[in-house]
Design a protein around this ligand. Structure first.
Ligand code: UD1
Length: 351
């Protein structure tokens, strides 16, 4: 059993805390009274997000935030952070996340994602910190045999190195607990995080051409892209386009706060799906986003993208029953907030 500690006495190390999901989680933690230390190398994020976080949470809560620009794989830098702050728990987001790029750069993806996790847990162990929440993905379920997906649904072989890193890190953390039952591991399997902070101050800021649907739709809505490329309309779904369980990033961030509260004073390995339980097709997303931005969004039908599954959506009853967490925002809310962010920050944080 790990020690039970009040939020204001808990220091949470957030790796990748400047990124899309990380930054929204940092806001929820600061608002929940936690002390937060972010380690991020800014390889795919901007330090400007910290000004936005400060504006959202206010000066008093923001005083509980410390940022280190460092690579989690830099053992000396990470050890220094642990020496200075003695984190009680870790939320591990830092990692490369572009599926297509992972296929062409497998060495970089394995070295970075798995390497940084091994460094992290080793430094944690050296400092007596054995509580970790890992940012996993519904990608570990592969092409599902049946829907909705529960945490008991089988893991399937991944279709790309990015997916394998999520798959393997889940295994590594599970093995750690087998070796030392003091470890307190929560694996959060995200479905498709979209949306932005309702303040319009924080959102997704992809570099280059977006790989994921909603950032691409948002950039098309604002005129940066000509048309959305719909990858396949011959799937066995109501309108033929792929179906996913989109979840508002603020709901997802609150899922991490719920997991932190739930894991307090425990040990073990627990897996939770974080989604809404509702499937939405590509065409339904384009329609909802058109409504949010007030004009039609052009799209063209293209062949299927290799590696894509037909449909997936989550059964989230475990998170509701154990952690008391449930998604609050619907697709219209997600598109509204995403558009609000995109239209006020057309060039992201650097604009
Ligand atoms: C992708 C990853 C997944 C990762 C997740 C992170 C793949 C195969 N999977 O999920 O491992 O955890 O991102 O957010 O990349 N689509 C289009 N046009 C586009 C982009 C997407 O039609 O320009 C369609 C896709 O075919 C799919 C849906 O939109 O049906 C969602 O795609 P995307 O946003 O890329 O997410 P996933 O593929 O579900």
């Amino acid at each position: 059993m790990s020690e039970k500690i009040a939020a204001q006495d808990t220091c949470v190390l957030v790796t990748g805390g400047a990124g899309f999901i990380g930054s929204h989680t940092v806001v929820e933690l600061l608002q929940g009274g936690y002390r937060v230390v972010v380690v991020d190398d800014l390889s795919n994020a901007s330090a400007k997000v910290f000004d936005r976080i400060r504006t959202i949470v206010g000066d008093e809560a923001a005083a509980n935030l410390t940022f280190y620009e460092a690579d989690v794989n830099d053992r000396a830098a990470l050890s220094k952070v642990f020496d200075e702050h003695q984190p009680d728990r870790v939320i591990h987001f830092a990692g490369y996340k572009a599926v297509g790029e992972s296929v062409s750069k497998p060495i970089e993806y394995y070295a970075n994602n798995i390497g940084n996790t091994l460094t992290l847990v080793d430094v944690m162990r050296e400092h007596g910190c054995t509580s970790i929440i890992f940012s996993s993905s519904a990608t570990v379920y592969g092409d599902p045999d049946s829907l909705p997906l529960t945490e008991k649904s089988p893991k399937k072989p991944a279709t790309n190195p990015y997916g394998w890193t999520k798959w393997m890190i889940e295994q590594i953390l599970t093995d750690l607990h087998t070796a030392d039952p003091a470890w307190n591991v929560v694996l959060l399997r995200y479905f498709n995080p979209i949306g932005a902070h309702p303040s319009g101050l924080m959102g997704e800021d992809p570099k280059g051409i977006p790989n994921n649907l909603v950032p691409y739709v948002a950039q098309t809505a604002i005129g940066k892209r000509d048309a959305v490329h719909v990858f396949g309309n011959d799937y066995d779904t109501p309108d033929g386009t792929g179906v996913r369980d989109y979840i508002h990033v603020v709901d997802l961030a609150r899922g991490h706060a719920a997991a932190l509260a739930w894991m307090n004073g425990r040990s073990g390995v627990e897996v939770f799906n974080l989604g809404t339980g509702t499937g939405t097709s590509v065409l339904q997303i384009i329609e909802a986003f058109s409504k949010a931005c007030g004009h039609e969004i052009p799209y063209v039908i293209e062949p299927r993208r290799s590696g894509d599954v037909t449909a997936n959506y989550a059964d989230c009853s475990k998170a509701r029953e154990l952690m008391g967490w449930e998604a609050q925002f619907d697709i219209d809310d997600m598109c509204r907030d995403s558009w609000n962010w995109q239209s006020h920050n057309p060039d992201g944080y650097e604009g």
